[in-house]
Design a protein around this ligand. Sequence first.
Ligand SMILES: C[S@@+](CC[C@H](N)C(=O)[O-])C[C@H]1O[C@@H](n2cnc3c(N)ncnc32)[C@H](O)[C@@H]1O
Length: 255
Amino acid sequence: MERLEINLALIGIGPGGQNFLTQEAISKIQESDLILIPKKGGEKAELASVRTKLCETFYEKQIVEFDLPTRNSSDHYISDVNKWHDDIAEVWVNTLIEHAANGSKVSFLIWGDPSLYDSSIRIVNRINSERISIQYEIVAGITSLQALTAAHKIVLNELAEPVLITTGRNLREQGWPENVNVVAIMLDGANSFSSLMDDRVHIWWGAYVGMQNEYLIDGPLKEVKEEIITTRTKLRKQNGWIMDIYLMKRVGAKA
Ligand SMILES: C[S@@+](CC[C@H](N)C(=O)[O-])C[C@H]1O[C@@H](n2cnc3c(N)ncnc32)[C@H](O)[C@@H]1O
């Protein structure tokens, strides 16, 4: 059997709004022969439809939606995720073989930027199949963190200080390290900020940042934490899904 040759682009599309698509992303989307969009499994159906709508206005060729496998949830988070990435790599290969022509340009639309809390690059690097040969390129996108700092009109780092970018799970399980005064938290479904007791903490929070229904709250954590918790619940109920991100600083502290 002849080996299928594919030119793949992992295109960062920004955090959801049309205005955050770069000119390069639009050009790469238009050059694509085929766009693959995951719809079920690890991805919410709503995010698939946001991606589809984003490119529908300037792309007329083929869009194929495909189902992602679901991730096992045992006590071994990292091995579950590794196994899941193997499964996704296999689905990508099968989907490409089914829908892509030899020598064609195929794109995946990656939320935000492919380098930040996204495993598409890891997944492409796992593909090692005799059936397919892949050359790939990355198109940088605006991250949700950049969209958050722009929306709140703030600088990410304090003068000459480091920033920790981590997940809600890590904040809960490992706490906030003493030697970093600025933390950005992504992927937090559990209000992980709520147990922090330090009175110096200021929070800049945003849901659907960069999208039409963007919602922002900021203030001293102890004063706004209840408002953020109730707003998250209300917005999730109202829209059926939520994506939020926040930055916290220990105001006045030096690392
Ligand atoms: C799997 S990560 C993907 C991050 C993405 N690669 C980026 O560059 O922003 C998903 C997390 O990004 C954050 N996120 C992505 N888009 C967002 C948005 N429009 N508003 C708020 N948070 C967002 C949330 O913390 C969400 O849980």
